[in-house]
Design a protein around this ligand. Structure first.
Ligand SMILES: Nc1ncnc2c1ncn2[C@@H]1O[C@H](COP(=O)(O)OP(=O)(O)OP(=O)(O)O)[C@@H](O)[C@H]1O
Ligand SMILES: [Mg+2]
Length: 594
């Protein structure tokens, strides 16, 4: 790549990054502009102070004349006061504008996050999600305004100070400016220096976050398997890695500042030597010289920590890049522009030649053909890992099929909007998630505007009435994050009540009653049988007593639909898979279908 193209890209990076942030700035652009413009006087006032030193030195110090410049000290104090007030206003606006932009970016990222498909979450750790959606938003915005402002302040102050330099002596200015350019030249390399380290550091931070999450969620497993020492060691290794990266970062960038100091000291040395000669020659006055030196020192001082600024600018650029990489990420679940309305199932749900793989080449479901009539309860049984949960997760389009199609009344489910489709489905998962809050809040997720009577009915059907009655606060009892304060079976029943309340035409129950005792299961099963009369129900269960009442039973074995029929039909197949499973459970006395 030629040098000019490289330069172009570098310059564009600045423009590209900042222009992409525009939509977030747009609603508050006037105040944002004000917060930037305020930098102009703040920067330029620096030069005024240096400027006044010339008449002061020439008239007072050298000319010993006390008449004219008495106002200079007052002006200096006055300017500083104005500058101070402007600085205050600037800091205030900075926080306000920065806060607003961060808020907008965070919201956009979160909007994206909740819309992302399950496949995204399968591949990410919680630590990475936390970092990329929370930290990056902060990092991208915090740098944005501060950097742009300090950039503008520096530019204004530099332009004004260079003006002072040239006014005092153009000869000296040439020396000073050449030195300045040499001193800041290495800053163009900062991004290259830090990019790989920043990326490694982020990977470590993802892991640190994940470790905290795992320590929280897995605290009992850690205790039960005595994993404390192992966890401590893992964490300490991570921290060491973060430390090494931090040190490496300093090693790569900390030479910038001393290098600049060195170059600048040469500049100062040259300016003093050359300046003294110019005074002796009579080309410039001592006042010019003092004013020049002051301006030069003011110009050079910010360079002392400009390398830090450059590192933080690049850090925030990298964060902005990551933010947009995430926002631009196309959804793998494509919704049609013009969707068809969906209002319940009229005739049937059909699976036609379904093939599905989570990872390319590893088929989880192969050539599944299944026609489920409206109002039918179909049971899915089969070996663990055979693909039952996967098959039902294709109905609400958690994943899209690789081949074939799922149709509701002859219309491919991809023709409906995701919202409509999911609004028509109630799911009780194999591992249900309950939110931090009360039982009522969790159940109401099924139908936010449900009446107390509807809630009562749902609780009754889910066999929760007795349990709720035993609680002081009843349905308003808090259940802790993920429902930690409930037993496994209670959690499952809350999830069932939630699904009952949703009252959707399609119901998916994935091992929904696996954690219940026989008595509760019988009650819930009856409720399912009653309530689900006009609904199309998919039931997955290992306990075959649960599925006996289903209209038909599908045996999914290693991704294939091995058998399909009523209980009696399947029992009639000699050496049939269902029959073998059934006999194992009921005649062999082993309660396992695995
Ligand atoms: N999110 C995922 N990403 C990749 N592979 C997955 C994912 N979920 C499940 N699998 C794999 O897909 C296969 C089918 O899993 P699935 O959960 O559908 O089985 P299942 O029949 O429901 O089993 P079980 O009866 O134990 O619940 C398994 O081999 C599993 O390892
Ligand atoms: Mg399963």
């Amino acid at each position: 790549m030629s040098k000019t193209i490289k330069e172009k890209i570098k310059r564009n990076q600045f423009v590209v990054n900042y222009s992409r942030m525009w939509p977030f700035v747009k609603p508050i652009w006037l105040i944002a502009l004000l917060s930037l413009l305020i930098c102009v006087p703040v920067g330029s006032l620096d030069a005024a102070i240096a400027m006044f030193l010339k008449p002061y030195t020439d008239v007072v110090v050298v000319g010993k004349n006390m008449d004219a410049p008495w106002f200079i000290p007052i002006l200096i104090v006055g300017f500083t006061t104005v500058q101070g007030l402007l600085n205050f206003g600037s800091a205030y606006l900075n926080t306000w504008v920065g806060g607003k932009i961060t808020m907008a970016v965070r919201q956009r990222l979160y909007d994206k996050l909740v819309e992302l498909e399950p496949a995204f979450f399968d591949k990410k750790t919680s630590g990475e999600v936390l970092f990329r959606f929370n930290e990056d938003a902060k990092l991208a915005c915090s740098g944005l305004l501060t950097n742009l402002k300090s950039f503008i302040t520096r530019i204004c102050s530099s332009v004004a100070l260079v003006g002072v330099l040239i006014y005092n002596s153009w000869q000296l200015s040439i020396v000073a400016i050449v030195i300045l350019v040499v001193a800041i030249a290495p800053l163009t390399r900062v991004k290259k220096l830090i990019k790989s380290l920043v990326s490694k550091n982020n990977q470590c931070m993802f892991q640190v976050n994940t470790t905290y999450n795992e320590t929280f969620a897995g605290n009992r497993t850690i205790a039960a398997y005595n994993l404390q020492e192992q966890q401590k060691l893992r964490f300490s290794n991570l921290l060491n890695e973060v430390f090494d990266l931090m040190v490496a970062m300093t090693r790569r960038t900390a030479w910038l500042s001393p290098f600049m100091h060195f170059v600048i000291s040469i500049g100062l040395g040259l300016a003093i030597a050359y300046g003294s000669w110019l005074i002796v020659q009579g080309t410039i006055t001592p006042g010019n010289f003092v004013s020049f030196l002051t301006a030069l020192l003011m110009l050079y001082t910010p360079l002392k920590n400009i390398s830090n600024v450059a590192v933080s600018v690049q850090n925030s650029f990298l964060a902005i890049e990551r933010v947009f990489e995430m926002l631009d990420r196309p959804s793998h679940l494509v919704e049609k522009e013009a969707t068809k309305p969906l209002d319940g199932v009229k005739k049937s749900i059909t699976f036609e030649n379904i093939h599905f793989a989570y990872e390319p080449g590893v088929d989880v479901l192969r050539n599944i053909n299944l026609d489920v009539k409206v109002g039918e309860m179909i049971a899915l049984v089969g070996n663990s890992g055979g693909g039952k949960s996967t098959l039902v997760s294709l109905i609400p389009r958690f994943y899209d099929v690789n081949q074939g199609s799922i149709k509701i009344d002859g219309v491919d489910i991809r023709e409906f909007s995701l919202y409509d489709l999911r609004q028509n489905i109630a799911v009780v998962f194999q591992d249900n998630f309950l939110f931090d809050g009360t039982i009522r809040e969790n159940i109401l997720l099924g139908k936010p505007d449900a009446t107390d009577e509807e809630i009562r009915q749902a609780l009754e059907c889910a066999c929760l009435t007795e349990f709720i009655a035993s609680l002081d606060k009843g349905v308003d009892t808090a259940i802790g994050e993920r429902g930690t304060l409930l037993s496994g079976g209670q959690k499952q029943r809350v999830a069932i009540a939630r699904a009952f309340l949703k009252n959707a035409p399609i119901v998916i129950l994935d091992e929904a009653t696996s954690a219940l005792d026989n008595k509760s299961e019988e009650i819930v099963q009856k409720a399912i049988d009653n309530l689900m009369k006009d609904k199309t129900v998919f039931v997955i269960a290992h306990r075959l007593s649960t599925v006996k009442n289903a209209n038909r039973i599908a045996v999914i074995n290693e991704g294939d639909l091995a058998e399909l029929g009523t209980h009696e039909e399947l029992m009639a197949i000699p050496n049939g898979k269902y029959r073998t499973l059934y006999n194992m459970q009921f005649k062999g006395g082993e309660d396992s279908a695995e």
